[in-house]
Design a protein around this ligand. Structure first.
Ligand SMILES: O=C[C@H](O)[C@H](O)[C@H](O)COP(=O)(O)O
Length: 241
C-alpha cells in the first residue's frame, strides 16, 4: 500500500478533529472536495461503531454518492430545513476566516448549505492558510446563457475596480466546459491578490449572469488545520484581535 503523504496526514488529522465535534442526532452539512471526502469517510466509520442518528445534506452529487455508499442518511436540504453544522474544505483561508472555495466546482451548493447552518467548520491542510486571498484563482459560477458576455462584463468590472487580472478562463474538464451540479459554467479569475473581498463579492454578484462567487465571507467561524505530524490547530476570527 502507498505511504500516506504529509498532505494526506494533515487532511486526515483535520477531518478527525471535525468529526469529533459531531453530536448524536445532528443535522449535518457535508462538504465537497478531497478533504471533505476524508471527513465523510471518518464520519461513516464513527457512525458504524456508534450509530449517531445523523441527518445529512450534501453539497454536491459526488458527496451525496460517497456518503450514501458509506451508510450515512443523506436527504435534500429542503427536507431537513436548518442544519446544526456544516463541515467543508477550502482553497484559501485568510486570518478573518474568509475563504475562497470552488476549486472542485461545488461552490454554489456549498454556500447555500453553509448559510443554512448554525455553524460552518472548515478543515484543511496548512497550505490553504494565507495572509490575503487571491493567489488561488477565484471561481465564479455563471449561467450558460450569454456566458461570454458575462465574462466580458466581469473583465470590465475588474478594470473599473482597478484590479489587475489575467485572461478569465472558462473551466474545462477533458477539454469540454465543466458543468456544475446546477448545469452552470465556472469562470476562473486569476487576480493574484484581493484587497477588498467584500467589495469584489458585491461587484461580481451585481452582474446578471453571475450566479455566485467562491468568496465565502463572514460565514466560517472555526477552521481546523491539520498538520503533517497529525496534530491540529484551531483558528477563529476572534484570535485576530
Ligand atoms: O468546490 C470544491 C470545494 O470548495 C472544496 O471544498 C475545495 O476546493 C477544497 O478542496 P480540497 O479539499 O480537495 O482541497
Amino acid at each position: 500500500m502507498a505511504e500516506a503523504s504529509s498532505s494526506d496526514i494533515a487532511k486526515d488529522a483535520a477531518a478527525r478533529a471535525a468529526v469529533a465535534l459531531v453530536e448524536p442526532g445532528m443535522k449535518l452539512g457535508l462538504g465537497s472536495g478531497s478533504t471533505a471526502a476524508v471527513m465523510v469517510r471518518r464520519l461513516a466509520e464513527r457512525n458504524d461503531e456508534e450509530p449517531l442518528g445523523l441527518i445529512c445534506a450534501a453539497t454536491s452529487a459526488a458527496t451525496a454518492e460517497l456518503a450514501t455508499s458509506l451508510g450515512l442518511a443523506v436527504h435534500e436540504l429542503d427536507q431537513i430545513g436548518w442544519l446544526d453544522m456544516t463541515i467543508d474544505g477550502a482553497d484559501e483561508i485568510d486570518p478573518d476566516l474568509n475563504l475562497i472555495k470552488g476549486g472542485g466546482g461545488a461552490l454554489l451548493r456549498e454556500k447555500i448549505v453553509a448559510m443554512a447552518s448554525d455553524r460552518m467548520v472548515v478543515i484543511a491542510d496548512p497550505t490553504k492558510v494565507v495572509e490575503q486571498l487571491g493567489a488561488f484563482h477565484l471561481p465564479v459560477e455563471v449561467i450558460p446563457f450569454g456566458w461570454e458576455i458575462t465574462r466580458k462584463l466581469i473583465g470590465e468590472a475588474l478594470v473599473a475596480e482597478g484590479m489587475e487580472h489575467r485572461p478569465i478562463l472558462l473551466r474545462k474538464r477533458d477539454d469540454t466546459p465543466y458543468r456544475t451540479d446546477e448545469g452552470n459554467l465556472i469562470l476562473d479569475l486569476a487576480l493574484e491578490q484581493i484587497e477588498d473581498p467584500a467589495r469584489l463579492s458585491r461587484v461580481l454578484n451585481a452582474l446578471p449572469g453571475v450566479v455566485e462567487t467562491g468568496l465565502f465571507l463572514n460565514i466560517c467561524r472555526l477552521a481546523i488545520i491539520g498538520r503533517e505530524d497529525g496534530s491540529t490547530i484551531e483558528l477563529t476570527p476572534e484570535e485576530r484581535g
